[in-house]
Design a binder for this molecule. Structure first.
Ligand code: NDP
Length: 282
């Protein structure tokens, strides 16, 4: 079975559009981008387009490549204090000069629709999430939409980043899976992966996952965004080789990527709804 993230995201965005209309709210998302990286600019444009589609207002703050950490902090603080802004997204990666941790920590937790602030990561770890990071939360939505059970399943997450691997592992744990997290220092990686009923690859290497690493019938989630030798977009998984082997698999493109954006929209609407609950209590 191909897990069609594009179709699920379309459905979720339509539903969200209706919910926003009914709510009478006008949620607003602010994006902050530093520099001219074409990939980052493309992602931000896609996010603004999705906002427009569902009835979320969007504001784009563009800072020059040489902007200092202080300058980015200033922009974030202004957005934190702006009552018309519900969600703030700082497009990562930031130029290496900038202290990314300070920037993430500066975003008001109640506007942290990316879910990277320690408050929100802590809530996730405690099993009482407010905003979970969009990519892993979007993957959980795919499981829900396709009726893929997690309870009691062996899940293996390859990758331990703050944006994908770690929150993915915690979300799966919160959903009663038995979770193993693997990374570049993991021994016997292949054997660990072969044990998985649910295998999530968030490594960032083309053709990293071959059929010999996948248990027959497993659900395979491909988070990677890579380019092959021909310059064609591909994931971490050797899709053609693995698809016959897996029970269910996400393609790249059209799998996890669209779900990340749909979840960002859902989190922004959630932020607009939660605003009164938070009201300076965090
Ligand atoms: P990071 O580079 O932050 O993390 C990669 C992880 O992979 C690290 O934990 C690293 O281990 C691990 N790793 C690297 N090499 C190996 C190896 N040989 N064996 C086992 N583990 C290894 O990347 P991200 O988590 O941010 O992103 C991962 C991929 O997902 C990228 O391709 C990115 O573009 C994509 N992505 C896609 C999104 C989407 O919406 N589809 C959203 C976000 C990311 P260690 O910690 O030991 O270094």
């Amino acid at each position: 079975m191909i897990l069609d993230g594009k179709a699920v995201s379309e459905k979720r965005l339509e539903l969200l559009k209706e919910k926003i209309e009914e709510s009478g709210l006008y949620p607003r998302l602010a994006t902050v981008i530093v520099g001219e990286d074409p990939g980052s600019k493309l992602y931000v444009r896609m996010k603004h387009r999705a906002c427009e589609r569902v009835g979320i207002g969007s504001v784009g703050i563009e800072l020059p490549e040489d902007a200092s950490t202080e300058r980015v902090l200033e922009a974030v603080t202004r957005l934190n204090n702006d009552p018309d802004i519900n969600g703030i997204l700082v497009q990562l990666p930031l130029p290496s000069r900038i202290d990314t941790t300070r920037i993430i920590d500066a975003v008001a937790p109640e506007k942290d629709v990316d879910g990277f602030h320690p408050y929100n990561l802590g809530r996730l770890l405690a099993g009482t999430p407010v905003f979970a990071p969009c990519t892993p939360q979007g993957i959980m939505t795919i499981f829900g939409e396709y009726g893929i059970p997690t309870e009691g399943r062996r899940a293996v997450v390859v990758g331990r980043s703050i944006d994908v691997g770690r929150p993915m592992a915690v979300l799966l744990l919160n959903a009663d899976a038995t979770v193993t997290v693997c990374h570049s220092k993991t021994r016997n990686l292949e054997a660990e992966m072969r044990n998985a009923d649910i295998l999530v690859s968030a490594v960032g290497r083309a053709k990293f996952v071959g059929p010999e690493m996948v248990k027959e019938g497993a659900t395979v989630i491909d988070v990677g965004i890579n380019y092959d030798e021909q310059g064609k977009l591909c994931g971490d998984v050797d899709f053609e080789a693995v698809r016959g082997h897996a029970g269910a698999i996400t393609p790249v493109p059209g799998g996890v990527g669209p779900m990340t954006i749909a979840t960002l929209m859902e989190n922004t609407f959630r932020a607009a709804n939660l605003r009164t609950c938070f009201n300076n209590t965090v």
